[in-house]
Design a protein around this ligand. Structure first.
Ligand code: FAD
Length: 499
């Protein structure tokens, strides 16, 4: 080891971001690099963040966590996708599933064949060819990698879990992996007067904690990246006007559905997340278009069981830090930016950013090229997710409130405009390498919101009408057979984590 290597990493904040970062660093870095996490019992974590996307399974795999133990400890359930109700039109729903729809043939995406069949008069929904859709709506689940030898992929899934239990679970893992936890309130961040780097943080009760690299996981406060280093914030409220959320848990109801529900209201939307012991609910809305009291009323009148705690009011500004890594400080979690939880992407961003940091781990010199590359990658990922979320609001036929009229008519980023134009004209999706969401996700949300392409790819005409008919009928039969063999979601949980 040379003396230019970093030796001491300090994490400020013990929410989901702090503990995921601590767990990953402790697992992957050599023991010669110490990891210290400071958190204050006097400042609560945001306490929401209960739905995930399939990438979380990679994090679990990287940490070596047993999935059944994890589900049991966090009172988790399975998530196969998100049901969006009233988004494209009031009264309509679609499921953004984590899987492929149908089967891509000769490298051509399935929806081109589906579109051709539509033009030839077939009355079927795209989701008639989705295994995830069928399984989700029959409340079933089991681990299924592939469907026999059919070439069709099996079930891609994520989890819903209790955010508090998840943080506890990770803390336990991180502490047993060697992370030192310090309970204390960070009162001051002291910079080196020559370099402007963070030298140490001072705790209210006296001690000062020095480090080579500081990770700001202090949540919306941005204690280091903002308050100490003054890195500015890009505000995206003009594209994503929601800036408030009210969260309230309710009594658990049965059956436990294996998907999140997202129900659009007049100035935002409501989430419903089924856990083993309760249902997580929240209303995300814009205070420009709705009063807090009305938002609360709407939430409380749309619960499917009685509330079991007081409502938690949360304010946020959608956007991102101008730089995520500045000097010797990296912001991870809510301190780095916030995209509303519509597609459950925040926990993923924590995990992808900590993986990136490990890949680009600096020496004490904090190489600028390394920092620039990190900032480039994270900005790109944020912007692609932002576009995907804007899509849900902008691509709507709703005109029933000022909020929806604003979203429908607002100017959108050029990057999204191009995607929409391409899909609308040709049915094609241009997927950028950094895009978290697959083509199948863009297709489901675009078609689900009512954007049907005007044409399909000429390759879909290679099949004769009979071949096309058989192709679709075979997929239908394969899916029905696979679904019939699965146990209920609840049986799966009982069998695997003794619910
Ligand atoms: P926090 O949870 O706020 O933790 C901050 C930590 O910093 C705390 O431990 C606090 O004690 C500490 N701290 C702060 N100041 C000091 C100080 N001075 N001294 C010492 N310690 C200090 N994400 C998803 O992936 N899926 C979802 O479904 C989802 N839903 C969400 C719904 C809403 C309404 C919101 C707002 C967020 C949601 N998220 C979701 C995001 C997710 O909750 C966060 O990304 C995640 O919880 C990370 O938060 P954090 O750790 O950055 O911050």
């Amino acid at each position: 080891m040379t003396n230019t290597q970093i030796q001491k990493i300090v994490i400020v904040g013990g929410g989901t971001a702090g503990w995921i970062s601590a767990a990953a660093l402790a697992k992957l870095l050599p023991p010669s690099i110490s990891v210290t996490l400071i958190e204050s019992d006097s400042i609560a974590t945001v306490g929401v963040g209960e739905a995930t996307i399939p990438q979380i399974r990679r994090l679990n795999g990287m940490l070596g966590l047993n999935e059944n133990t994890f589900l049991k400890a966090t009172k988790g359930t399975i998530k196969l996708g998100i049901e969006f109700s009233n988004w494209g039109k009031i009264g309509e729903s679609y499921l953004h599933t984590f899987g492929d729809v149908g089967l891509n043939l000769s490298n051509l995406q399935f929806h081109h064949y589906w579109k051709r069949a539509q033009e030839e008069g077939k009355q079927s929904s795209l989701w008639d060819y989705s295994l995830h859709h069928k399984v989700a709506y029959s409340n079933k689940f089991d681990r299924l990698e592939r469907i026999g030898k059919t070439g069709m992929t099996g079930l891609s899934y994520a989890f819903h879990f209790d955010a508090g239990l998840y943080a506890r679970f990770l803390r336990n893992f991180a502490e047993t992996s060697g992370v030192t936890r310090i309970e204390g309130f960070v009162k001051q961040t002291v910079l080196n007067p020559h370099t402007g780097f963070i030298d140490h943080v001072k705790l209210e009760n006296g001690p000062q904690i020095e480090g080579d690299l500081f990770i700001d996981c202090s949540g919306f406060r941005g204690l280091l990246i903002d308050k100490a280093l003054g890195v500015s914030y890009q505000d995206w409220t003009h594209w994503l006007p929601c800036n408030r959320a009210i969260a309230v848990p309710s009594q658990s109801t049965r059956p436990l559905v294996p998907y999140t529900k997202s129900i659009a209201h007049t100035a935002g939307w409501q989430w419903r997340i089924p856990l083993q012991h309760r249902t997580g609910n929240g209303h995300v809305y814009s205070d420009q278009f709705m009063q807090d009291e009305t938002a609360l009323e709407i939430l409380l009148s749309n619960l499917d069981g009685p509330p079991i705690a007081d409502p938690n009011h949360i304010r946020f500004t959608t956007g991102r830090r101008e730089k995520f890594w500045h000097k010797n400080c990296i912001s991870i979690g809510l301190s780095s930016g916030f995209l509303e939880p519509l597609e459950s992407t925040s926990i993923h961003l924590i995990q992808s950013n900590i993986s990136r940091l490990i890949e680009l781990l600096p020496t004490q010199k904090m190489e600028p090229a390394n920092i620039n590359e990190y900032n480039r990658q994270v900005s790109k990922e944020y912007e692609l997710i932002r576009d995907f979320i804007i899509l849900h609001y902008h691509c709507t036929q709703r005109e029933d409130s000022d909020f929806w009229r604003y979203c429908k008519n607002m100017d959108i980023p050029d990057s999204l405009k191009q995607k929409l134009e391409l899909f609308s004209a040709t049915g094609r999706i241009h997927k950028e390498p950094e895009d978290l969401f697959r083509e199948a996700s863009w297709v489901q949300v675009m078609i689900g919101q009512g954007l049907i392409p005007q044409s399909y790819h000429a390759m879909a005409d290679r099949l004769s009408t009979d071949q096309l008919e058989k192709f679709l009928a075979d997929i239908d039969a394969i899916i029905a057979q696979a679904e019939a063999q699965l146990p209920s979601h609840e049986d799966f949980l009982t069998r695997n984590c003794q619910v």
